[in-house]
Design a protein around this ligand. Structure first.
Ligand code: UDP
Length: 490
């Protein structure tokens, strides 16, 4: 498609795979509507991205330097959370404010080049960039790649600390019109210990309130699916909320965005082609998370025992190992597991580090997805009508799992507690419930997941001269508001 205008949108994601991927996907969507894109990140990530931009795209990549903050224990060459231990991620996010002067210089340069950007779309961690954009009278939005429900729970908890006023295991979340209850056990330790004065509370308070300085928030979500959380955020943040999702990036790009797949796409597809419909459980814990050796052993045993279940498992080094460690079947998996289950029975594919997730989920042989419930994974699964098994590990993943199982009915929660021990027998029972053709619960989940798939498809409908889905209308509205703001300025 040719250029329809000369307007430039500046995109500025946080330096992590889980953020860069959806930003790149959004950039490609906006570019398709005829806008120029300037994509900003640190040198290492820009370098990785160079090969990820499709040849048909004219996205401009711009580097800004990030100097690791040694006072916070960050290595000087840290530029991407994908290579950091989880304990340092918070410090990493916090010190990203050091990007501010360089980002300001970049905007200043664009403004003085005579083509001031139409809008800045920044990461939810970069609320501070609203001030910089507004200094140059540039429209500023945040793109939130997490779901509305999860973010709404997050907001309610970090702004109100409701668990502190209640002794019971389950408590109501303030600000919701619907009675949304959360288990104390679903809060991560940092949430439980937070009282408003500790560094992490201060960080979250600053981040969440900074969103109000922006001119609106784009969500990678769908109004019909995620209305409870999106409406909460509209009320509580008092801000425009535009659900424009699902914005998904095809695997070819995401793989090339810096990770190498342990097994090629061709091999995955060939293997999946040889399996019956809905017989494969896909297992992956996102781009950052991993589980303990004990949990890997339990999961492997469960996969071996579960009847009529094949699997593709993205295996990362367990928590006890360095995240870049070489695959060690003999230490991470039960003795003989690969030989028996993978080589002899041909029931599973083990992908070391990374798999072409979206293509796998799109294959008809995949019957369910055992996931940490990161929002991208959730959308990718539901957009293909694949029901979920939720094994949340961190952040707002517990709320996503709860939402998908209690409000939508497309998920079985494997873990309802932070840091709990999941036992093999429990996993076998749940896997057979979801995968077993004869089980009512599994059938019902698959039916609901198909309904959600249709709902998502409708939201993205953009018929030639005809009807538009709600996500397309939201995107139109966001761009029109930005355009009219700029016109008024000129
Ligand atoms: N992903 C992938 N292959 C993998 C693991 C992850 O392609 O082996 C992609 C996945 O498709 C999704 C993203 O990485 O787009 C993970 O994002 P999500 O929000 O699910 O989790 P996060 O990594 O942010 O925790």
């Amino acid at each position: 498609e040719g250029k329809e205008n000369d307007h430039t949108v500046v995109m500025f994601p946080f330096m992590a795979q889980g953020h860069i991927i959806p930003f790149l996907a959004l950039a490609l969507q906006i570019e398709k509507r005829g806008f120029n894109i300037v994509f900003v990140n640190t040198p290492l990530n820009i370098h990785k991205l160079r090969n990820s931009i499709p040849p048909s795209s004219a996205i401009r990549l711009r580097e800004i330097p990030f100097t690791g903050d040694s006072d916070r224990g960050l290595p000087p060459d840290a530029e991407n959370t994908d290579v950091l231990p989880p304990s340092l991620i918070f410090a990493f996010v916090d010190s990203s404010i050091s990007l501010k002067p360089a980002f300001r210089d970049l905007l200043s340069e664009l403004v003085h080049s005579g083509a001031p950007p139409l809008a800045v779309i920044s990461d939810m961690f970069f609320g501070w960039s609203a001030d910089v954009a507004h200094e140059f009278q540039i429209f500023h939005t945040i793109f939130n790649a997490a779901g509305g429900f999860g973010m709404a729970c997050y907001h309610s908890i970090w702004m109100n600390f409701p668990h502190r006023n209640s002794d019971s295991l389950e408590f109501l979340l303030p600000g919701f019109h619907e009675s949304v209850k959360i288990y104390r056990t679903q809060l991560t330790p940092n949430m439980l210990e937070a009282d408003g004065s500790d560094p992490e509370s201060v960080f979250h308070h600053r981040m969440l309130t900074s969103w109000s300085n922006s001119d609106g928030i784009l969500f990678n979500s769908v109004q019909e699916l995620d209305w409870i959380g999106l409406n909460y955020l509209r009320r509580e943040i008092g801000q425009k909320v535009w659900p424009v999702g699902p914005i998904l990036l095809h695997v070819e790009n995401s793989v090339r965005a810096g990770r190498k797949a342990g097994v090629s796409l061709e091999k995955c597809i060939q293997w999946l082609d040889s399996k019956p419909p809905n017989s494969v459980l896909f297992i992956s814990f996102g781009s950052n998370n991993t589980i303990s050796t004990f949990q890997m052993m339990q999961l492997a045993r469960a996969l071996e025992q579960a009847r009529n279940t094949n699997f593709i498992w993205v295996v990362r080094p367990p928590l006890e190992y360095d995240i870049t460690a070489e695959f060690k079947a003999e230490e991470w998996l039960p003795e003989g597991f690969i030989r028996r289950v993978v080589e002899t029975q041909n029931r599973g594919l083990v992908c070391v580090q990374w798999a072409p997730q979206l293509d796998i989920l799109a294959h008809k042989s995949v019957g369910a997805f055992l996931t940490h419930c990161g929002w991208n994974s959730v959308l990718e699964s539901l957009s293909q009508g694949v029901p979920l098994m939720g094994w949340p590990l961190a952040a707002e993943q517990f709320f996503n799992a709860k939402f998908l199982s209690e409000e939508i009915g497309v998920c079985v929660e494997v873990a309802k507690e932070f840091n709990c021990e999941i036992k093999c027998e429990d996993l076998v029972e749940k896997i057979e419930t979801v995968m077993g053709e004869e089980r009512e619960k599994g059938k019902e989940m698959r039916r609901k997941a198909d309904e959600v798939k249709e709902m998502i498809r409708d939201a993205m409908r953009d018929d030639e001269g005809g009807s538009k889905g709600t996500s397309v209308v939201s995107m139109d509205e966001f761009l029109n508001v930005a355009l009219s703001r700029k016109e008024n300025m000129e």
